[in-house]
Structure formats: C-alpha cells, structure tokens
Design a protein around this ligand. Sequence first.
Ligand SMILES: Cc1cc2nc3c(=O)[nH]c(=O)nc-3n(C[C@H](O)[C@H](O)[C@H](O)COP(=O)(O)O)c2cc1C
Length: 172
Amino acid sequence: MSSKVLVAYATKMGSTAGIAEAIGTGLRRHGHQADVRNVTAIESVTKYDAVVAGSAIYLRRWRPEAVQFLRQYAGELRDRQVWLFHSGPVGPDREQLCSMPHNVSRLARRIGATPAMTFAGALDPDTAKGFLARHLATGELATDSRDWELIAAWTEDVAAAISASLTARMGS
Ligand SMILES: Cc1cc2nc3c(=O)[nH]c(=O)nc-3n(C[C@H](O)[C@H](O)[C@H](O)COP(=O)(O)O)c2cc1C
C-alpha cells in the first residue's frame, strides 16, 4: 500500500542530500511515493501523508532553514507521521549518537515526532565550504562515514510504519 511521503533535508556541503536521496529511494522500493526536497524549496506539506525531515549538524546545531521548516509547518506536521534524522559525526572517533539541539527537541515535542535518528556524515575537501570546514577537511575528519546499510535499515522501518498506519486508517 502506497503513501505519499516528503523527504525534506537541509545541507551545507551536500552529504545530507545524499542521505535524503537514499531514504527516498528506499521508500520507493517499499512501494511508497517519495519526493526528496531541500527544505528551502518546500511550499506546502499538505499533500503528504508522512514526512521525513533531516539536517546536517554544525557546531551541535541543526541548519537554521531546517529549524525554520519545522517551526513553519508545525501545525501540519502534528497531523502527520513525522520522522527526524540528523547527520554529522565524521572521522575515526565519531560519536555514535548526537543529542538533538534544544530548539529541535522542543519542536519535535510540539509535532509529536520521536527523537532524531543519528547518521554519520561526510567531510570532503573538494566540497568543504568556509574556513573552518576547509581546515577540518585537511585532517583525519576528511572521510565519508555515511553508513548506507544503516540508512537502508532505518528507511525500511519507517516504510513499514507508514504502511501499517495506512492499513489501520483504511480499516477504520
Ligand atoms: C565547521 C563544522 C562543524 C561541525 N560540527 C559538527 C557537530 O557539532 N556535530 C557533528 O556531529 N558533526 C559536525 N560536523 C560534521 C558535519 O555535520 C558533517 O560533515 C555533515 O555530514 C555535513 O553535512 P552536509 O554535507 O549535508 O552539509 C561539523 C562539520 C564542520 C565542517
């Protein structure tokens, strides 16, 4: 059974867009219709049954446009199934789990979403933007730590939950 799902992402250097695309591909593989969009290109969420929203993490914070997306559409998101993810940890000593920034936690509570899934990120010297990013990208943090198997497994769980909710709605 197919639902319409929006995969909304915020990125600075592109790697979170890659994660969002992989989530979109996984949802389609499990029979859902998925649109993958940068949060800055979204004008409405009303046509979607479910939303997956994610952001890159910088200095322990979500990208401002991702926070703005959650704030702007909180009312509509509250009426939909919502999953959150963030991508960040890179390099050999990366943390396995990032806590949600306080402002995102507050919004997640308002929306009724569960805590964000953490995915490892990537830092590529060729796409690093800004002095600090370019500096960090010269060292051991310059890796693509994205775990495509973990992303696929999480997407499978999300797809199954969306299907279950659709089945329940049709039965009621
Ligand atoms: C300046 C800078 C600060 C960062 N701060 C964090 C952080 O606080 N926590 C974290 O987990 N990752 C942090 N990262 C890693 C990025 O989140 C990671 O590179 C991510 O994949 C970038 O996503 P993007 O390519 O979509 O912009 C930081 C990276 C840079 C360059």
